[in-house]
Ligand binder design. Sequence first.
Ligand SMILES: [Zn+2]
Length: 443
Amino acid sequence: MNRLADISRLAANYWQARPQAGFRSRAGLEKHQARTLDRFKQQTLTRSPFYRPLTHAPLHEFPVMTKSLMLAEFDRINTASISLAAAFDLAERAEATRNFSPMLGDVSVGLSTGTSGRRSVFLASRAERMCWAGMMLGRMLPGELFGRHRIAFLLRANNALYESVSGRGRIAFQFFDLKEKLATLHSKITAFAPSILIAPAQVLRELALLEDGTGTLTPQRIISVAETLFEDDRAIIETVFARPVEQIYQATEGFLGYTCSAGRLHLNERFLHVERDWVDPGKTRYCPIITDFSRETQPIVRYRLDDVLADDPRPCACGNPERVIARIEGRADDILLFPRDTGGPVGQLMPDFVARAVTGARSRGKQHTDVDDFRVVQTGSDALTIRLAADNFASACDAVRQAMVDLFEAHALILPDLTFHHMEPADFMAKRRRVQRLAAGAP
Ligand SMILES: [Zn+2]
């Protein structure tokens, strides 16, 4: 009965999300955000018991929302009177049975893929799922709503959200469950013959390595989602498939960013308000605090994400004034912390610096890196465990040890004890964290 309403919501968002409909200036975009924020307060936040008393206050007076506050106040924040216990119960049962359409009425329930600590739960109504699908199609397939596409979506868990893009126009959409072995997945995907391949970065990389020289998969577009796309992965994927890798920066918290026609990663500011919580004194990296105007069932207001984004202040050639980020660097919790060699406060080492030092490590006289894959974990204020996958493990260890000596010297930090191990096989069901700091690892 609501089919017409579904289509009109989807079409409205699709239309708005197309680059042709974008704003020409930052001022125009900000004016749109201010108007949309007012409407969002009146239409959505007045229905949330938690936010109702605040609707007349300016946004900066709203509390910064964290995962723990969201969980503690979940029952009062959402506008559908759904309790946290009921939502968790349903989502966990659905995950255990790999049934990915858990619903409370018409509200779908998604669990965040937690890397540590408690997981969060996110609600979306049917109307929101239609808005999301329209937004996604407008961003990624502008002008092609009625084109022919075969989209393969490789994820750890499917979500009713993703199914909402299927059956639009002549778009065939298939979910592939990463719980299966990669070789099995590879033959299933080959049989599906996708024109668009969407998967986490490390899975795209492994597919590229399987694919190398065979040419059985020939997607026209390759889109990395759900985790940091490292430069060494990008190089492998782009070389094998002879295509640029695009990114969708999508989390259970919302649709946060996308690659534009000029190949740069924009924040989805037409639909989101983003505050920058700088994590370094030089203001080059920040954790985003997002307010998502498109969420009605579970308002996302000043929600602070743990992701560290590297700012890119250069305007984009595509003309879109939405902010550009150079990359998603990883989690703020994974910024390594070490004492400085001059004393004074603890110094930070960004995960990206560590990753680049390791992947760039090479033995004397060699042109290419010795390292195929790696994992670096800070286990104490003076201890770093490094796992490497390499053809020649001993020479890779030597090269990485020298790269670490140089890196710590360049940042004026005391070199910790370095312990080297062989890398374990990749686990696609876990979100990849190549650089990690254990909670006990802070000085
Ligand atoms: Zn652009």
